[in-house]
Design a protein around this ligand. Structure first.
Ligand code: G6P
Length: 369
């Protein structure tokens, strides 16, 4: 009913708009008053385990896997532990190499996804310690994992995941920071600045939501397209994967995400006049590289929509349209950069007359293989 949707036309739009609150709730109680420590009383590892971990396997499906792709980069950067991030349906069948110093992190909104649970059980049978990041208290993942970090997104009804993803990112950033702190890595010194950045995210997410009218307008002129490409590097690539999945799931447009540097190895053959390319450009150290990829697609007359920071004149000159997001520490940018991509998928789906909250062939929780 309309009341359940809080006055929004669809659960998805309601859930997109709940992100500032969901992010705040997921941070609450997990940062020390001084702002220099992560508090995870829910993690009860045996003494010495934090120091011993030499490999982390992140395993998940769908949007949760995309959150893991960001988490991998965050954990590697702050801890220098090697992290693999794999879809559960592959992981469970390939006899993954683990040792007593491997940590598995499963990410699952519902806590019930069949492949993810099978991978969790497979790892546990091999004696691997499992940490679950989940949104559902009492779910199978919450019950069976050794340790649990809850995301406090609240119930997510729309099949296309939005607030679950951003809160998974928050949990992963906090976990990366916590692990650096426990292992006393040199990168732990970055913690106060990262934590203060995390605390700003609810407000910055509210600003990013204000891109909605511009995106709605764009979607109206755009939704008759049949293909779209998403490009980015590093964390922007991980966000591109999620933006592309959102668009496919609910607008039914064909979309593909590419690591921007990989374009020239094949996909560039598909870049022709007016083909929509959505470029995510938030990573400072990769800025020039992505810009040159944007120029490559512009030279083939693609239509480029960029998601970039407020005041980025260089990008504005180089593309057809910019969606500006508020400036944020690039390390945390995925939480903000994904918001316009969620809105783009949402409005494209609405314009195309689709059943936004219940897309064809898809289920919220896939509990069979
Ligand atoms: C289904 C949903 C996706 C979700 C995926 C993993 O395919 O439609 O939105 O990302 O399952 O779900 P989980 O609950 O494990 O995060």
């Amino acid at each position: 009913s309309a009341a359940e949707k809080g006055g929004y036309d669809h659960f998805m739009l309601k859930e997109i708009n709940e992100q500032p609150r969901a992010i705040r709730d997921t941070l609450t109680g997990r940062i020390s008053e001084e702002g220099d420590q992560v508090i995870f009383d829910e993690i009860e590892w045996p003494a010495g385990f934090a120091e011993q971990i030499d490999r982390i396997h992140i395993v998940a499906c769908g949007t949760s896997w995309h959150a893991g792709m960001v988490g991998k980069q965050a954990i590697e950067r702050l801890t220098r532990i090697q992290v693999d991030c794999e879809v559960a349906s592959e992981y469970r069948y390939r006899d993954p190499i683990v040792t007593e110093n491997t940590l598995m992190v499963v990410i699952t909104q519902s806590g019930e996804t069949a492949d993810t649970m099978a991978a969790l059980r497979e790892a546990k049978a091999k004696g691997v310690r499992v940490l679950a990041i989940t949104n559902v208290v009492g779910s199978s993942a919450a019950r069976e994992a050794d340790d649990v970090i809850f995301t406090w997104a609240g119930p997510e009804i729309s099949v296309a995941s939005t607030k679950a993803y951003t809160t998974q990112l928050i949990a992963l950033y906090l976990f990366a920071g916590w692990l650096a702190q426990e292992r006393k890595t040199p990168f732990a010194s970055e913690l106060p600045s990262i934590l203060s950045g995390l605390k700003q995210l609810p407000e910055l997410a509210s600003h990013a939501l204000q891109t909605a009218p511009a995106i709605e307008k764009f979607a109206k002129n755009w939704a008759d397209k049949n293909h779209a490409f998403f490009i980015g590097r590093g964390m922007d690539y991980a966000v591109s994967l999620e933006g592309s999945l959102k668009l496919k799931e609910i607008s039914y447009m064909h979309a593909e995400a590419y690591a921007a540097g990989e374009l020239k190895h094949g996909t560039l053959a598909l870049i022709v006049e007016d083909i929509p390319v959505i470029a995510v450009v938030t990573q400072e150290q990769l800025y020039e590289k992505t810009l040159s990829n944007i120029k490559e697609v512009k030279a083939r007359d693609a239509f480029v929509l960029a998601v970039a920071f407020d005041g980025d004149e260089e990008i504005a000159k180089s593309v057809d349209q910019v969606i500006s997001i508020p400036r944020v520490n690039p390390f945390l940018a995925p939480v903000i950069a994904v918001i316009p991509l969620q809105l783009l998928a949402y409005y494209a789906s609405v314009v195309r007359g689709n059943d936004v909250d219940n897309p064809r062939n898809l289920a919220k929780s896939v509990t069979v293989e």
